[in-house]
Ligand binder design. Structure first.
Ligand code: KIV
Ligand code: ZN
Length: 381
């Protein structure tokens, strides 16, 4: 059976760029947008044009350069926001306006200080207004994760009737558990008239470390678009990480989903975003962290040297990492030492290894990580 295509909606340049201290200038945003296009994202959300003249300018420049991905701009359900978004994406080959409003009781009563009926009317009006400018209009029900399902279904039904082409179900506060988020998407699939004509999108935040798991649960229950960012950056604890979502779908072929992402570019894409945003990637980050393919304990090293698959479920080349690394520490065994020595041209037989191994352990206790230079001295002495 052919794999079902899941659209990747990258929001590194909008939700990701909201991270304090990570703001980019227009040239940096254009550089990242071009790299995202090459990576194969279906949609890129590149800013919130009403927020500042600089953001408007970069959205409009990116819109006139990108040809292979849909270019999307964010707005609130407010006419002046939609005007700015429409103006900024007007030269895009495939423009999209993303508009919406909070639907949870907390947003309706505490933030917007209004009624559910009024929110529903404002949502419909915003979609109708955005449709005057573009065909492709995505509606977000902010804080959908904590919105009562029955009311959420009502809102979605009317915005679809008003012309929304995508309905976004954000877990804005990262509150849902995967089974709850999956059940929400299933409920929407089963109770919203017109839902089969539109895409359902996930947009999961990582406050409880569940953004990726929730996105996958959404896909398993009928979502066909995933909103995510490179390195999982975004408000507070961030968004679902693009590289994790893509590689989960790729590694679990049994799920029968795939994306258009050129996975071999994931590592360099991660480095580009990290450098330009001056935001280091944690070393144990899945897929793109510096330790994601490095092995340091003796038992693991012995296994990987015999057969990579013993401790690696992804071929590092598939994500653009040249090779797995065998890091030498005081937890490493003889097999790892022999392997690294051989790479430097020292072929030491097992029987002759003992004195070298003892000297190595002393050095490793002192230095924590033993480098090639140390090995050269050790084996030349
Ligand atoms: O987290 C959220 O709800 C958002 C919306 C604006 C889509 O970022
Ligand atoms: Zn968000």
């Amino acid at each position: 059976m052919a794999h079902k295509h899941i659209q990747i909606f990258d929001t590194t340049l909008r939700d990701g760029e909201q991270v304090p201290g990570c703001q980019l200038n227009t040239d940096e945003k254009i550089e990242i947008a071009l790299a995202l296009e090459k990576l194969g994202v279906d949609i890129m959300e590149v800013g919130f044009p009403i927020s500042s003249p600089g953001d408007f300018d970069s959205v409009s420049k990116i819109a006139s350069i990108i040809t292979e991905s849909t270019v999307c701009a964010l707005s609130r359900a407010v006419e002046k926001d939609i005007d700015a978004a429409a103006e900024a994406v007007k030269n895009a080959r495939m423009p999209r306006i993303h508009t919406g409003i909070g639907t949870s009781d907390s947003h309706v009563y505490s933030k917007l200080r209004t009624t559910r009926e009024n929110v529903l009317e404002r949502g419909v009006a915003a979609v109708k207004y955005a449709k005057r400018f573009v065909e492709d209009v995505e509606f977000y029900a902010e804080d959908a994760g904590r919105t009562d399902n029955e009311y959420l279904a009502k809102v979605l039904e009317v915005v679809i009737a008003a012309g929304a082409t995508v309905v976004n179900i954000p877990d804005t506060t990262g509150y849902c558990l995967p089974w709850q988020y999956g059940a929400k998407i299933k409920y929407i699939k089963e109770h919203v008239r017109g839902i089969d004509k539109v895409h359902i999108s996930t947009h999961c935040h990582n406050d409880l470390g569940l953004a990726t798991a929730n996105s996958i649960a959404g896909v398993e229950h009928g979502a066909t678009q995933v909103e995510c960012t490179i390195n999982g950056i975004g408000e507070r604890a961030g968004n679902a990480s693009l590289e994790e979502v893509v590689m989960i779908l790729r590694q679990h072929q049994d799920l029968n989903f795939d994306t258009r992402i050129q996975s071999r570019q994931l590592k360099s894409m991660s480095e580009l975003v990290s450098t330009r945003m001056r935001m280091p990637v944690q070393s144990n980050k899945a897929i793109v962290g510096s330790n994601a393919f490095s092995h340091s304990s003796g038992i693991h090293q012995d296994g990987v040297i015999k057969s990579r698959e013993t401790y690696e479920i992804i071929d590092p080349l598939d994500v653009g990492v040249h090779e797995s690394s065998i890091v030498l520490t005081a937890r490493s065994g003889r097999a790892a030492l022999k392997f690294r020595a051989a790479k430097l041209g020292f072929d030491v037989e097992r029987e002759q290894m003992e004195p070298y191994y003892e000297a190595f352990l002393k050095l490793a206790d002192e230095k924590k990580v033993v480098q090639d230079q140390d090995l050269l001295s050790l084996f030349s002495s």
